[in-house]
Design a protein around this ligand. Structure first.
Ligand SMILES: NC(=O)c1ccc[n+]([C@@H]2O[C@H](COP(=O)([O-])OP(=O)(O)OC[C@H]3O[C@@H](n4cnc5c(N)ncnc54)[C@H](O)[C@@H]3O)[C@@H](O)[C@H]2O)c1
Ligand SMILES: O=C(O)[C@H](O)[C@H](O)COP(=O)(O)O
Length: 381
């Protein structure tokens, strides 16, 4: 009689019981508080980004056979330690890429409206062109924007890919960061944006950081603001979360508590990807499907237009119909004003949103490709 497998699963993983209760026993734990004693009987450890998976946490595990993080980022995983004890691990690559793209598009369209410019006239710089960055190349391309891609790591491994130079990124009108956090080495991303690089940006440049807080030097960003730099900055991630630099808030265009990937689909896909990886490891059939768990999108929307072009205002209205970042910004500022220690609570209580990919958009042939490239689930009228 084989032993029942024991799954220790962080409490913020969505649909964990639905996916894993048929595979074994589930014990939930709190990400930032979990101890080595608590998880010593784990066969599988499934986490998200607030669990630091390292020797301190795993040194009492005697039968751990796999670690999964239901996230795109994995800088909370000590990969060297896991390799040293032969414990395999994997992230949920791409699980929330569409959600982050919605976040970036909502930021871009709402700032274009606030400052009265046409996005299609702007040069867009994308730092890190992987799951998220490559989708953004397509989305901004669909809007007619000139796009500059910076990903020297990809260029080193893919001879068919050409990266721009970082200096070309600094010349862009909107820069959006989607790199992993790498502290040291040839392609370190630690403080990629510091006082020196910030001062090289054109006045009124939009800088969006929705990858890891440490990619932008927060103290030097605050110094730049205090010195009068004219930048339009959107931060979803901050250094030293959850104890963030509150002095930045008044200067930000939009601030949010690390929720750019927190669509219902994005969080749920993270769990589903780990479920599929574990079924494969256990040679079990994949029996649970996410589409059977997700509530159908309340919104069906017909785009009625008698011309083949939509105005920027119409695109913005459609995107805000699904995700309007301005609401999250207001909630973030009010939450921190009431209690400056509430970063984690705001994340936990975040009413996760749906994605553009879940809005059934009906339109005619002339708009079909643009809407599809923007990430909508599009069907022909
Ligand atoms: N705020 C959020 O909710 C949220 C959600 C998803 C991902 N993230 C973060 O964003 C990061 C990117 O996500 P992804 O799914 O696109 O990951 P990914 O691994 O698919 O893409 C990252 C890309 O960055 C490139 N890269 C690595 N080092 C670089 C450097 N020094 N300069 C330029 N490019 C570099 C890689 O080659 C890769 O193409 C994740 O690692 C995670 O930390 C944050
Ligand atoms: O890396 C990712 O996928 C995102 O940053 C994700 O938001 C991290 O997981 P969380 O801390 O939100 O559970």
């Amino acid at each position: 009689m084989s032993q029942t497998l024991h799954f220790f699963i962080e409490d913020s993983l969505l649909y964990a019981e639905e996916f894993f209760s048929g595979l074994g026993k589930i014990t939930r734990f709190k990400g930032r508080e979990v101890t080595a004693d608590e998880i010593k009987d784990a066969d599988f450890l499934l986490t998200r980004s607030t669990t630091k998976v390292n020797e301190n946490l795993l040194n009492k595990c005697t039968k751990l056979q796999f670690v999964g993080t239901a996230t795109a980022g994995y800088n909370h995983i000590d990969a060297d330690y896991l390799a040293s004890v032969n414990i395999p691990w994997l992230p949920a690559s791409g699980c929330n890429a569409d959600a982050v793209c919605d976040y970036v598009l909502s930021s871009a369209f709402n700032l274009a409206n606030k400052y009265g410019f046409e996005l299609k006239e702007k040069k867009i710089g994308i730092v890190g062109v992987g799951q998220i960055g490559s989708r953004l190349v397509k989305r901004f391309g669909a809007l007619g924007c000139e796009v500059v891609e910076y990903d020297p790591v990809r260029a080193e491994s893919d001879p068919s890919y050409t990266s721009s130079e970082f200096e070309q990124i600094l010349e862009c009108d909107l820069i959006t960061c989607h790199v992993p956090y790498v502290k040291t080495g040839k392609h370190a991303t630690h403080h990629l944006f510091n006082l020196d690089t910030l001062n090289k940006l054109k006045p009124r440049t939009i800088l969006i950081n929705a990858c890891r807080g440490e990619v932008v030097n927060n103290k030097e960003l605050l110094t730049a603001f205090e010195q009068g730099i004219d930048l339009r900055v959107v931060l979803d991630v901050f250094e030293n979360e959850p104890q963030i630099e509150l002095g930045l808030l008044p200067y930000l265009e939009f601030g949010t508590p690390h929720i750019a990937g927190h669509s219902l689909e994005g969080k749920a896909r993270g769990t589903e990807i780990l479920y599929k990886l574990i079924c494969e490891r256990l040679n079990l059939p994949v029996e649970i499907k996410l589409e059977d768990l997700l509530p159908s999108m309340a919104l069906d929307h017909m785009v009625v237009t008698d011309n083949y072009k939509l105005s920027q205002r119409q695109y913005r209205a459609l995107i805000n119909l699904v995700y309007d970042i301005r609401n999250d910004d207001i909630d973030f500022r009010m939450g921190l004003a009431q209690n400056s220690e509430s970063f984690d609570r705001l994340r936990k209580e975040y009413s996760i949103r749906r994605e553009l990919t879940s809005l059934n958009l009906t339109c005619d042939q002339s708009l079909f490709k643009t809407f599809t490239d923007l990430g909508f689930k599009t069907k022909l009228k």
